[in-house]
Ligand binder design. Structure first.
Ligand code: ZN
Ligand code: ZN
Ligand code: FE
Length: 751
């Protein structure tokens, strides 16, 4: 039997089932799942056993296949749990890290319980898994709990099939398990009886506390303390990017944010992700947490340590990944102390190692569904189911928001968020996850797929794996394939793929594409008219540069751009006129940046996507006449989306003092109209009525919801992302699925 059947209370469940029915035999974990042998003189009892097995399995278990074989009777009388077997191919799925269950919460808070106030209690229904597993099968000796020897009480629970902690691998108690400590700024142990109390006191006096959790360290401060939040921002050199917060309870969250049923379900789920919630009009939280943003990333305590901290500390804490700028989250105590020296005032640490770092997952409810923005803790490594099986393929993702993906049978195991590979620590993390995934799932990929960009470290790594053939695929084709895959679809679709950048088959930067096709091949039916970008990638953090490019592209005589008085416009215009260091791009992300700069909203940004977010928030809803635009033919049934008439309109509007709110609303209306028009052309051309929306630009709620609604209202089927992010975090899934088409000899790529 295979699926998620280890580390989720499956063996005790089977034991109780077999014992209850008086069956004899055994169960053991194997690296291909679990193997059960049962025997009974009455066949009805066996039927009942199989029925219950399918219908009463523990909440976290996921059975993906059961193979039944009849064997001759043996002389066994008892039902036993046998020890693990290391042999065979691993089909077993490792469970994700699961938020503390209700039963454990009761014990944690009950003064008479032997685990009262103990930060590391867990059971077969909850606790760390993926982040502590070094290899499979899932047994304590292969986890980061291996150095803790269970005390007699824990040992008894572990071996008692009727106990909630029967074979709970990370089982621990205050006598035998991990313990908390406070370290000072320099990493010295601070002697104290009550580390949680010490941390709470520090938080209450505006301190920044680094807290070691499940997948790594958080940096935390009191969310109501402006001084502390600003200090954290300054020290983290994170000027404006929103911080996530952790709230004591759902009631706390309700005071500050609006919550719908699906958001509530997500917050309280065993995955316990961060949910991006709409702030209430009068929320009273520090503006510094998520400046100029209508949403707040909120999660509930998911580890016992968080519950202890939140119950005594402020009812809302900033809980942001412990790193400075784009580095990966810190996991080891000494590493945290050296990397966070300038940031944290003290460290609340413990001695249970985190084997594999894993950030908090981030989700958002848009267009009627909960969608992944960053898929990590709680979800990984649960597979994304695929339509069909096939060869094992490994893919290396893109460059920023990197994830990797392993295909095995009809499962796609998409890794946790790895981050920006241009950062060396992130790149090392990438290598570790790549090895670890292949090892715990015991897969030998037949193909490695990477992005076509020749300079991405993920592409270079793929080429270094000399003993496995590799394939480089186009970025936006991977976006299209990713969305089709998670929607269990292999029929062709019209893909509207909008993002910041991706390497095109012509060597230029793409990012506003309409592709028609599937994972095997895609036709580039249309794109945004390419525009020169002065300074190339440097423009990403300087939307005014993008604006200069669009002005240059849209006017014969570039108007005096009053909104950028402090910028070196003449220098940039010279670059553009000479065509020096000004690569062209069809990027949609840069178009949003340019419009944000043209309206004077933001000419420089401090985090990726900031200009587009501020532009969307500036919109007074979705109203007004569209600006002008054109769709022009570029031969062979290919089309250009020409937005220069819109840029000219916007400049006129800015010059005549039209408010940003109006310009932004009309801009969003224009983009939806324009995309709808090109989709209609694609429908007429191909006869296909299914539209895929993918790419990071669709994180824009206004654009995403309005376009989805418009397409659906006109009878088209819209496929969107929910299980993996629409941004580059979802690229690896698409790459891997394209790889399978290649192995089947059907791959043609982008035409
Ligand atoms: Zn539990
Ligand atoms: Zn113990
Ligand atoms: Fe992308």
């Amino acid at each position: 039997m295979s699926g998620i059947v280890q580390g989720v209370g499956f063996r005790p469940f089977i034991y109780r089932l077999a014992k209850g029915a008086g069956l004899s035999g055994y169960i053991r974990n194997t690296s291909s799942g679990v193997c059960i042998e049962i025997q009974s003189p009455e066949s009805s009892k066996l039927d009942r056993f199989f029925f219950d097995l399918r219908h009463m399995a523990p909440p976290l278990a996921k059975i993906t296949s059961i193979e039944i074989e009849e064997i001759p009777p043996s002389s066994e009388r008892e039902f036993v749990i046998m020890s693990s077997d290391d042999e065979g191919a691993a089909e077993t799925l490792v469970a994700p890290d699961i938020a503390m269950c209700e039963a454990c919460r009761k014990e944690l808070l009950s003064p008479s319980d032997r685990r009262h106030g103990y930060a590391f209690l867990n059971c077969t229904d909850c606790g760390p898994r993926y982040t502590i597993i070094e290899r499979i099968p899932y047994d304590r000796r292969y986890t980061s709990m291996k150095d803790f020897t269970m005390c007699p009480d824990c040992e008894r629970e572990y071996h008692d099939p009727m106990d909630r902690r029967f074979h709970a691998q990370p089982n621990a108690c205050p006598v035998c398990g991990p313990s908390l400590q406070i370290l000072d700024r320099d990493g010295n142990v601070v002697p104290c009886d009550d580390p949680v109390g010490y941390a709470v006191a520090s938080l209450k006096s505006s301190g920044v506390v680094a807290v070691k959790g499940i997948g790594g360290f958080h940096l935390s401060v009191d969310a109501f303390d402006d001084k502390a939040v600003s200090a954290l921002r300054k020290r983290k050199r994170r000027e404006e990017k929103p911080f996530a917060v952790m709230a004591r309870s759902i009631e706390t969250i309700e005071k500050f944010c609006d919550i719908n049923a699906s958001e509530r379900e997500a917050l309280c789920s065993p995955q316990a992700p961060v949910v991006l919630l709409k702030k209430k009009a009068r929320h009273g939280l520090s503006e510094e947490i998520a400046p100029r943003n209508d949403r707040l990333g909120v999660m509930l305590p998911y580890a016992p340590l968080h519950v202890l901290l939140m119950n005594r500390g402020p009812e809302m804490l900033v809980m942001t990944s412990a790193n400075s700028s784009d580095e990966p989250i810190a996991i080891e105590n000494s590493e945290a102390v050296s990397r966070l020296q300038e940031i944290a005032d003290c460290y609340l640490v413990h001695d249970r190692p985190v084997y594999l770092r894993c950030d908090d997952s981030v989700t958002v409810h848009l267009a009627g569904k909960l969608r992944q923005v960053r898929r990590s803790r709680g979800y990984v490594p649960e597979p994304v189911p695929l339509l069909s099986g096939g060869a094992s393929v490994f893919s290396t993702g893109a460059e920023i928001k990197n994830t990797v993906c392993l295909l095995k049978g009809n499962s796609a195991i998409v890794s946790q968020h790895i981050g920006d590979l241009r950062n060396y620590e992130s790149y090392r993390h990438f290598q570790m996850v790549a090895d670890h995934l292949q090892q715990i799932f015991q897969a030998s990929p037949e193909l490695i797929v990477s992005d076509m960009h020749p300079a991405y470290l993920s592409s270079l790594w793929a080429l270094e794996q000399k003993d496995i053939p590799s394939l480089a695929v186009q970025h936006h084709h991977a976006h299209l394939a990713s969305c089709l895959a998670e929607n269990l679809s292999d029929a062709p679709a019209i893909g509207v793929i909008l993002d910041g950048t991706g390497y095109g088959i012509d060597g230029t930067s793409w990012g506003g594409e309409v592709l028609i096709g599937d994972a095997a091949e895609a036709y580039r039916f249309a794109c945004f008219d390419p525009v020169p970008l002065p300074g190339g990638d440097a423009a990403v953090f300087h939307p005014w540069r993008a604006a200069a490019g669009y002005l240059f592209h849209s006017f014969d005589t570039v108007p005096e751009p009053g909104f950028m008085r402090d910028k070196d416009m003449s220098g940039v215009m010279q670059l553009l006129e000479k065509g020096v260091n000004s690569p062209v791009t069809s990027s949609c992300g840069r178009l949003f940046d340019a419009v944000a700069a043209l309206t004077g909203l933001c000419s420089d940004i401090s985090y990726e996507g900031q200009a587009a977010i501020e532009l969307m928030l500036a919109a007074r809803g979705f109203e007004g006449e569209p600006f002008s635009w054109e769709i022009s033919a570029s031969g062979d049934d290919r089309w250009r989306l020409d937005i220069s008439p819109m840029i000219r309109d916007i400049v006129t509007a800015v010059q005549s003092g039209v408010p940003v709110a109006v310009i932004s609303s009309r801009f969003h209306v224009t983009i939806v109209e324009l995309l709808y028009a090109i989709v209609r052309k694609a429908v007429a051309y191909s006869g296909i009525h299914r539209v895929v929306l993918s790419g990071g630009v669709f994180q824009n709620a206004l654009l995403f919801e309005r376009l989805t609604e418009k397409l659906e209202r006109h009878g088209l089927t819209v496929l969107t992302h929910a299980l993996v992010p629409c941004n580059d975090g979802g690229i690896s899934l698409g790459q891997a699925v394209i790889g399978r088409e290649y192995l089947k000899g059907r791959y043609k790529g982008v035409l």
